[in-house]
Design a protein around this ligand. Structure first.
Ligand SMILES: Cc1ncc(COP(=O)(O)O)c(C=O)c1O
Length: 371
């Protein structure tokens, strides 16, 4: 059995890190790409839907791909302190990788607006958590100023090493799809090279990840390792959809706290990814996000956090309005693990029934009542 070595070692020739730089890794990447036949049946089109389970990364989100690169580089450059603004997952990942590297980590978060599991992670890894009375966009401008003043190294996705690491997910998708393709992507793969899916559906918040994926797909194609490029379909939450609206949103609101962002730092490159690929950036409502959230959990056994489900909700929307068609292959990136946000899971489901007596008759009655 070949052991997975983490994204830097697995894709070193495609990453511009110095060969002798230290590598800080939790062996991230190598996440599952799984078929979702029940989900696809619910869409009413005969499309081949795959889910990229980024919640299977060591801290439970895609951020780990970028953080192994950003923290390795910070360490190589002699940093002592790293800093980030976060809607939750960046802080969890930065805290974990900084702990492994022996660096001090400061995370600035919107007070009361990040999911409990993520806050727990940052605290557990010993990060210094600074809640502010303001939203993510304000937190990002504060940490940028701290970094510019030389107080710490910034590890948000405006740090190019984050993008460098996160682009590896695109490599993996092409590698995992590999040979034996069916559907229209198969034509592109006729020469024997692996190919990208027809569509790559992805949630968009600060817009670093869509930027990274598009970079990855293009680089793989340029090296002849992918016979095609996907169309990029980015999805913002309707209450936090600045790119769709074409203007910043001062008070972004959505149940998907990870993408509650009103003025994305990588706005221009996200726009370019959508336009250059022949795709688009659209929005999905909180109701649509929760519909996808339940569907994935209850028909596919996949528990992804609400922001992640913007991609799956987007595919449902695309199937309904005809943008996703029979015979096409689409990959939905599920960016974070559902366990990060237990409150949403509990709040959005019927209440767990009251306790019954601890005897077989009481339990049997309940089972029989249901059938
Ligand atoms: C679970 C999850 N999905 C999506 C995103 C959005 O990624 P980006 O900010 O790179 O657009 C984030 C960002 O925090 C996230 O945590």
């Amino acid at each position: 059995m070949k052991l997975w070595r983490g994204i830097i070692e697995e894709y070193r020739e495609l990453m511009s890190l110095d060969a002798d730089a230290p590598v800080v890794t939790l062996y991230e990447g190598g996440t599952p790409l799984i078929p979702a036949p029940a989900f696809a049946r619910n869409l009413g089109v005969r499309a081949d839907i795959r889910l990229k389970l980024e919640g299977a990364n060591p801290t439970g989100s895609f951020k780990d791909r970028g953080m192994t690169a950003a923290i390795s580089k910070a360490l190589a450059d002699g940093a002592r302190v790293v800093i980030c603004a976060s809607t939750g997952n960046t802080s969890a990942s930065a805290a974990a990788y900084a702990a492994r590297a022996g660096l001090r980590c400061v995370v600035v978060i919107p007070d009361g607006a990040i999911a409990m599991g993520k806050l727990a992670q940052a605290i557990a890894h010993g990060a210094e958590v600074v809640p502010i009375r303001g939203n993510f966009d304000r937190a990002l401008s504060i940490v940028r100023e701290m970094a510019d003043a030389g107080l710490a190294t910034l590890v948000n996705s405006v740090n190019p090493w984050r993008i460098e690491g996160q682009k590896t997910a695109a490599f993996e998708i092409v590698d995992q799809l590999g040979s034996g393709l069916a559907g229209s992507a198969a034509a592109a793969a006729a020469a024997g090279a692996a190919a990208a899916p027809d569509w790559l559906a992805i949630p968009v918040g600060n817009a670093g990840n869509i930027t990274a994926y598009w970079k990855g797909f293009r680089e793989y194609a340029a090296r002849g390792r992918s016979a095609s490029l996907p169309r990029m379909a980015g999805f913002q939450a309707a209450g936090a959809a600045p790119i769709v609206l074409g203007r910043p949103v001062e008070h972004p609101e959505t149940i998907a706290t990870a993408i509650r962002i009103g003025n994305p730092a990588s706005w221009a490159s996200a726009r370019a990814a959508a336009d250059d690929s022949g795709g688009f950036i659209d929005s999905v409502t909180d109701e649509e996000i929760l519909e996808a959230y339940r569907l994935l959990a209850q028909t596919e056994g996949v528990f992804a956090e609400p922001a992640s489900c913007a991609s799956a909700a987007g595919l449902i929307k695309m199937a309904r309005d005809g943008r996703l068609q029979d015979g096409q292959r689409a990959v939905a990136v599920l960016t974070g693990n559902g366990l990060k946000d237990p409150s949403t899971a509990i709040d959005c489901a019927p209440p767990v029934r009251a306790a019954v007596d601890a005897d077989c008759d009481a339990v049997r009655r309940l089972i029989e009542e249901r059938v």
